[in-house]
Design a protein around this ligand. Structure first.
Ligand SMILES: C[S@@+](CC[C@H](N)C(=O)[O-])C[C@H]1O[C@@H](n2cnc3c(N)ncnc32)[C@H](O)[C@@H]1O
Length: 237
């Protein structure tokens, strides 16, 4: 694909995602006590998203082929798995989300893609939304793990690291908070999120990435109630 064709294709994907998510938002309201109850189960419901161009930057750091399987741990309305599914040759893109409301929106969008572009699913390619606690899922076929983990506790991050260490074919982890795991930190990626600019921890099997990124320590910006949940995704896809 020439550079122009790649740019055109990227614009098409972004426009398609904009259309799919018209009127759909992960910034849902909570029942009284729902967030506190979630935290007892290592579920942190506060919402925010990585923006479309930043997901592209993350993709560019990775060598991805048709054997790859990406999991978004805490996938909200499913934008990141969908972007991987549209923009890369991954054979399977999975979003795991605890919130029933966000999960059902992801499923609605994924079903629409299935109906509108059945060819994208040729050869058994899969785009899956799972509703549940990430810690209770089998992700052992993962080759890429992504998580927008700003609001996650150290306990949840450790659990995620243990899950990652049980994936024999894992190649990359991308997470804004550090995840203790067996792969070396390859660098810190500058990204724009719905609440702020931040740096993303990029781990890879050999400590290398497809593009050079900074190795400096990040200043992780906190996603607060005020800047996260209560703010709409202006500027997001
Ligand atoms: C900051 S949002 C990220 C949304 C999406 N991944 C993105 O980057 O656009 C984090 C999501 O993780 C979900 N979550 C938090 N703890 C979870 C858990 N233990 N299991 C599954 N989902 C969880 C929250 O409900 C929320 O939708």
């Amino acid at each position: 694909m020439s550079t122009n064709e790649a740019l055109e294709f990227d614009q098409l994907c972004q426009d398609y995602m904009n259309a799919l998510y018209q009127g759909i938002s992960g910034f849902v309201s909570y029942e009284p006590g729902e967030k506190e109850e979630g935290e007892q189960k290592k579920v942190f419901l506060t919402y925010g998203e990585m923006l479309y161009p930043s997901v592209n930057s993350m993709i560019e750091c990775m060598e991805i082929d048709e054997n790859d399987v990406i999991y978004d741990l805490g996938s909200g309305v499913g934008k990141v798995p969908l972007q991987y599914f549209l923009k890369t040759p991954v054979k399977k893109a999975v979003g795991i989300e605890f919130s029933e409301k966000r999960h059902s929106l992801a499923e609605q969008v994924f079903n629409q893609v299935r109906q509108e572009f059945p060819d994208l699913f040729a050869g058994g390619r899969e785009l899956i939304a799972i509703n549940g606690n990430m810690l209770e899922q089998d992700i052992s076929d993962a080759t890429i793990i992504y998580s927008c983990s700003t609001c996650f506790s150290e306990e949840l991050l450790s659990g995620m690291g243990e899950m990652a260490d049980r994936c024999p074919n894992l190649k990359y982890i991308a997470s804004n908070k550090p995840i203790p795991n067996r792969m070396p930190l390859a660098g810190l990626l500058d990204v724009d999120c719905s609440w702020d600019k931040t740096k993303w921890h990029m781990y890879s099997r050999d400590g290398k990435l497809m593009k050079d990124i900074t190795r400096k320590e990040p200043a992780i910006s906190e996603m607060t109630e005020a800047s996260g949940d209560s703010q709409q995704t202006s500027g997001t896809i």
